[in-house]
Design a protein around this ligand. Structure first.
Ligand SMILES: Cc1ncc(COP(=O)(O)O)c(C=O)c1O
Length: 444
């Protein structure tokens, strides 16, 4: 795979991961009984355990769970496998799924630093993102974020009152020159004031980003990776839409470029298998994965065994290639929706708005002309017209600043509804522009 030869000139740096782990996280210690659960999972069958506080699965009222897939195939969870699917499991994940996802991650990304890499299964990728941020963040510290960004990240950071350093994006995503400029400016501030620290983490959503729909091309990823190496920055690669990129050339992940071990990658099955299963996983340096595991232990012991078992059995039934074919068919489903959404926008919003065509995912990011702040228009008059779009403010590093962008999701509404929504949006914009003109006339 190309990834192995991607960064041949970089001198390999030994990373001190304790630099990225805050006091809170570094003070966590494994629970002894949880460690026993991990050890006993692989212990010889004759081992008698009176150690664990597990309920007796014979008391559970479930006899069998039959899973029927839309392609007509099926499997049944019963006997020992059902018992394991309903029982407590090690915090890192259901061992058969853990093995499968490790192999799958290697199959897809071939991470160059694989021997120092581990994974952990999480309750969706959101859980991995929040646990990782909470491992690294310190009160009032600077954090690099792509701007605009997925709101689920901002709400994790906010309680720590961080200084978000927004990195601007263009039609190819995060702009490397702006990243360097921001880091250099910040370095000067650090040199002038020893209480100020350099940012340690950079949150990036590289494929079909939420909300912009932009995918960062490989060349730009290489530049960004190199900059992060130079400034000793850990990349939080939130790639929830990795399998939903519509372009012919499939994206190469930061994990595939990661010769140094400075990427924590978040994968999600929410969009390509089922969101309610809540199955995601984090891949990254072993030491960081271990700290995330301790946090999960302390928060909820482990992600749902049943969801993990269903995921494992679906992987087992289909194998990697058929699973990837399924992901591709989901991606194609959304591509068709993207195309019809863009046609509706061409029909109704031409001259009123600007947009670029999303390279994947579920969203189109729309800039409204001549309306500096779309919030009231959408949240009051829009809802009265029974149409709902997300105001751009929700995704900005500073949501207090007026914003002329709108995020439209084309994932669930029917084509007819999408067309009607775009027609109503056009009406709303015309009315709002008239309102603004009247206000201006009265002012003059
Ligand atoms: C960019 C991004 N990251 C992460 C998530 C969380 O996904 P999950 O369901 O895997 O927790 C979402 C969900 O919409 C998202 O858009």
């Amino acid at each position: 795979m190309e990834a192995m030869s991607i960064m041949p000139t970089l001198p390999k740096m030994t990373i001190d991961y304790s630099y990225f782990i805050n006091g809170h996280s570094s003070r966590r210690r494994p629970g002894i009984t949880r460690e026993l659960t991990k050890k006993l999972y692989n212990a010889p069958k004759e081992t008698i355990s009176l150690a664990e506080g597990m309920p007796n699965d014979g008391s559970f009222p479930f006899e069998a769970i039959n899973v029927v897939l839309k392609d007509g195939s099926s499997y049944t969870l019963q006997g020992g496998e059902l018992a394991a699917s309903l029982q407590y499991i090690p915090s890192q994940g259901y061992p058969p799924l853990l093995r499968t996802l490790k192999e799958f991650t290697y199959y897809v990304h071939e991470p160059p630093n694989w021997q120092n890499t581990d994974i952990i299964i999480t309750n969706g990728s959101q859980c991995g993102i929040s646990k990782s941020i909470e491992m690294c963040i310190e009160e009032g510290c600077p954090i690099l974020v792509q701007n605009p960004l997925y709101t689920g990240t901002e709400i994790v950071m906010k309680p720590f009152r961080p200084i978000l350093l927004p990195i601007e994006q263009d039609e190819f995503g995060v702009i490397p020159e702006h990243l360097v400029m921001t880091l250099e400016d910040w370095k000067i501030r650090c040199e002038n004031d020893p209480t100020i620290k350099m940012p340690k983490i950079f949150y990036i959503n590289p494929t079909a980003a939420n909300p912009t729909g932009v995918t960062i091309p490989l060349d730009r990823k290489k530049e960004i990776y190199k900059i992060c190496c130079e400034y000793n920055i850990l990349i939080l690669e939130d790639d929830a839409y990795f399998f939903m990129d519509f372009q012919d050339t499939k994206p190469v992940s930061f994990l595939s470029l990661d010769v140094e071990g400075r990427v924590l990658r978040f994968d999600s099955l929410s969009k390509v298998l089922a969101s309610g299963l809540r199955v995601g996983w984090v891949t990254g340096p072993k030491q960081l994965i271990h700290n995330i595991e301790l946090h999960i232990q302390s928060a909820y012991l482990h992600s749902s065994s049943l969801s993990q078992s269903i995921t494992y059995n679906t992987f087992k039934l289909w194998g990697f290639d058929k699973m990837l074919q399924h992901f591709a068919s989901v991606s194609n489903y959304y591509k068709i929706r993207r195309d019809l959404t863009i046609s509706s926008m061409e029909r109704h919003l031409k001259g009123l708005c600007d947009w670029s065509i999303p390279s994947g995912g579920m969203f189109v990011w729309i800039k409204v002309r001549n309306i500096p702040d779309v919030y009231e228009m959408l949240m009051t008059r829009g809802l009265k017209k029974h149409v709902c779009f997300a105001p751009g403010q929700a995704f900005m590093a500073d949501p207090t600043v007026a914003c002329s962008y709108i995020r439209a999701a084309y994932s669930r509404a029917t084509p007819k509804q999408i067309d009607k929504a775009m027609r109503l949006l056009a009406e709303l914009i015309r009315e709002e522009q008239a309102l603004l003109r009247r206000k201006l006339d009265n002012f003059i």
